[in-house]
Structures are given as C-alpha cells and as structure tokens.
Design a protein around this ligand. Sequence first.
Ligand code: SAM
Ligand code: SF4
Length: 327
Amino acid sequence: MTDSYNRQIDYVRIAVTDRCNLRCFYCMPAQGIAYEPKKELLSYEEITRILKVLGELGFKKVRFTGGEPFLRKDFMELLEHTSKIASYESIHLTSNGTLIQKHINRLKELGITKINLSIDSLNAERFHKITRRNDFKKVIQTFHLLVENGFKIKLNAVIMKGINTQDIIPLAELSKDYPIDVRFIEEMPFNGGYKENLEMYAAKDIHADLSAHYPILNKIISKHGDTANLVSVPGYKGNIGVIAAFSRTFCNTCNRLRISAKGDIKSCLYDDGVFNIRNFIRSGVSDQELMDKFSEIIRLKPKDGFIAEKMRKSPELALQSMSSIGG
Ligand code: SAM
Ligand code: SF4
C-alpha cells in the first residue's frame, strides 16, 4: 500500500497499554497520570483483527510497544496469536526490560527475537534520575540475558542536554563486544505535560561527539524504513545509530502507521490522532470497511512531521505522553 507521496506503508506500531512501571521524565509525569480504563483499550482480539486486515493491505512488520507492553496480562497471548498471522515477516517489541526475563524462552519459541531495549544511561544513579525508578541492575541483567540468548537487540537511548550526554561514548562502546545497534534518539516533546520546552541535543551534536571520539566511522547503507543514520567503528561487532526524531530528517522514507492503546491511529507521530479505530470496530463494521478506512488513512498520510504538526487541532505536543503514543 503506497501513500500519496509514493511511500510504501507496511509497518504498524501498536501500543498495547498506556501503563508503565517506570516514569522516564521525558515520557511521563511523575504523578497524576490518568490511565485509560482497561475496557477503553483495544482488546487482543481487536488488535489481531486489525493486524489481519493490515496484512491483507500488505503490511509486513509489526511492533508492539506501550507503555510497558509486558505489563499487559494477555500480552503473551497476543504474541501467540500474532505469530500465526502469515503475512508478517517479523514481530518486533519495544520494552524497558524490567519484566521480560521470565518470558525469554517462550519468545524464542515464538520466533520473536527482535527487541528494542531502552537504556538511557550506564550509570545507575543517572538511570534512576531519568526513569525515577531503581531498576538499573535488572535492566542490565536483561540486556545480557537477551544477548546471550541470541536476541537481536537495538538499544535505544534518548539523549538530553545536561542529563546524559556523557553516556554517549560508553553506550556506543557496547557495540564493540556485542552485535547490537546502539541508537541515540533526539528528545521529542511528548512527555505528558512535564515540560514545554526542550533544550535540544540534536542529532548533529551526537554525530559530532561520535566523530570526535572515533577517528573512523563507516557508514552503513540504510534499509527500507530505517530511521537511524547508522555507522560502525572498524572492528566493532555492532553498529551505532542516531535518530533525528525531532529534526525529522527521515520523513521522506517513512513506512509506518501508529495505533495508540485506545485505538487512535496516527499516520504521523506529530499528528494528533486522525481516527479512532476502536470505536469504528465496536460499531460493528466489516473487514472490508476496516480495510477501506485504513486505505483512506494511508492515502492521507501527511508529507512530513512538520506539516502534520501544523495540521494538529490541539497545538500542545507536550500534553501527550509517549507512553500512550508508543514511541
Ligand atoms: N516502555 C517501553 C520502552 O521504554 O522501551 C516502550 C514504550 S516507550 C514510549 C518507546 C520508546 O520511546 C522508548 O525507546 C523511549 O525511550 C522513547 N521515548 C519516550 N518518550 C520519548 C521522548 N519524549 N522523546 C524521544 N523518545 C522517547
Ligand atoms: Fe515507561 Fe517506556 Fe515511557 Fe519509560 S519510555 S516511562 S519505560 S513507556
């Protein structure tokens, strides 16, 4: 399925919950979070139905995210059902790594081995300051367990001025011994109202830090839909990437659609939800009607994140939390 700008849209990211056991300050406020009532969230049957319909439209990749997806009680059941939908070449997860450990064997059995793990610092104190929780040891242990078990890990770190820029090189150094992608993400203003203005540490600043430290960085050719500018240090097992999530330099190759936990479809991260698919499904529509609606939404996908932002009905980006959007 292509949109009006000839981009092939074949990747859906679904937030399976808006709940989280961490409180990363760039994502959620410390307190006063109004979670959606559980019945307002898409059920796993509704998610499976959406995935089947999108599969008919040519979608090949799905990522489950959140909130913390492993907080959802029927999450493994959802994964089992999704793994049976033939159209998906790969099922990906994004997780904070606090609750995965007991599911590692089952994930392997289901062939779900591509996990994005969020670790913003290798310093326990800074990790605590950022996540407002004391789970550093557990998350690092999860990282090692996943790597030892052959999972394909992308380690995501949001880089913030005055907070964790000193972690860039230590995190990048993980790509020396481990065959992982370490990816640095520009902070975006979706934090649930915690702060309005970002003091941006931009992708170009991160690239400059990497270039200052590593005399040679080999550029990796990007694949369909890649958001990270990937490089590698000669002799290192993994890669290092920078995601210009706020500068929005990758919109011309965007291949994705997002669905929030309560069913709001975002055809761009910067729009404010173009359609609620949960209400549509609950009104009793047929699969064909669902397919037609998705086709229409994809056709209307905005050219880039700046245009999507201009078209918003509510201008305050910061009032949304990434935990409900799904990252
Ligand atoms: N809880 C899971 C996790 O942290 O990996 C999945 C959901 S989280 C919203 C998905 C990704 O979004 C994480 O890598 C997180 O670091 C990133 N994220 C959250 N808020 C962000 C923000 N304001 N700017 C940039 N990235 C953000
Ligand atoms: Fe939770 Fe992930 Fe948001 Fe952190 S980034 S608060 S782990 S949803």
